[in-house]
Design a protein around this ligand. Structure first.
Ligand code: NDP
Length: 233
């Protein structure tokens, strides 16, 4: 049974991906930061194994992943956002965004690599954001982390391709999760109206793209937009 490990599996996009892979009969493991109740409920529903582990802590990530069976597909989904002017974000807030959104990937990749190298195959999927490509006003730090995720994805695809490991990213647009709870109904409607497909995305829309990329043996180094056409570059 193939094994997928996801970060940030307790809610939102990560939880939809847990369900998507579990439905295919995969062994699914995931980590989360705080929300043990949601993780427990998802484990009961899907049979997936959930673990509390902050991805910004490289030692904790290494310990967790070494305790699991070899990971065939790694999905780096855990992420946090911050809305505010560049003049107001504190150095600690800036560093926290990079520690979770970027260093988290560094840590998980290093932890899964020995088994993937030994197998001569593997698939790494990063969850970026549309704002990493086009930039979001008042989300400069978040946009910068996702730009870094894109560059990391492309660099790792080149570095790890010769070892049989594919590295891709999905780049969601506006997705209906708690990350966007701060937006008013009017703001959400305005974004849906701007979107060629006429709606905002669901976590399941992104999970489907992750599943598709996990099954695409000759695709690597790509950033797949999952945004209903909100941004077409
Ligand atoms: P949610 O806020 O709904 O869920 C975030 C998940 O990440 C939770 O499972 C949370 O765990 C986990 N998490 C947060 N910090 C850590 C950490 N330090 N260590 C481990 N797990 C952590 O987010 P979304 O589902 O909306 O977002 C998922 C990804 O998609 C993120 O990378 C985000 O940047 C990206 N994205 C989202 C978009 C959107 O519109 N929603 C658009 C573009 C990209 P816990 O439940 O314990 O808090």
């Amino acid at each position: 049974m193939p094994h997928v490990f996801l970060t940030g599996g307790s809610r939102g996009i990560g939880a939809a991906a847990v369900r998507r892979f579990a439905r295919e009969g995969w062994r699914v493991s995931f980590c989360y930061e705080n929300n043990a109740a949601a993780a427990r409920a998802l484990s009961a529903e899907t049979g997936a194994d959930g673990f509390r582990c902050d991805v910004s802590d490289p030692a904790a990530v290494k310990t967790l992943i070494s305790s699991l069976p070899p990971v065939e597909v790694l999905i780096n989904n855990a992420g946090i956002s911050h809305v505010g002017l560049i003049s107001q974000i504190t150095p600690a807030q800036w560093d926290r965004l990079f520690a979770v959104n970027v260093r988290g990937i560094y840590s998980t990749v290093r932890a899964v690599l020995p088994a993937m190298l030994e197998a001569g195959s593997g698939c790494i999927l990063n969850v970026s954001s549309m704002w990493g490509q086009v930039g979001a006003s008042c989300e400069a730090a978040y946009s910068a982390t996702k730009g870094a995720v894109d560059a990391l994805t492309k660099a790792l695809a080149k570095e790890l391709g010769p070892s049989g490991i594919r590295v891709n990213a999905v780049s969601p647009g506006m997705i209906d999760t708690e990350m966007n709870a701060h937006l008013s109904a009017e703001d959400v409607q305005a974004l849906a109206d701007e979107t060629p497909l006429g709606r905002i995305g669901t976590p399941e829309d992104v999970a489907e793209a992750l599943w598709m990329l996990s099954r695409s043996p000759f695709v690597t180094g790509q950033i797949l937009a999952v945004n209903g056409g909100l941004s077409i570059t």
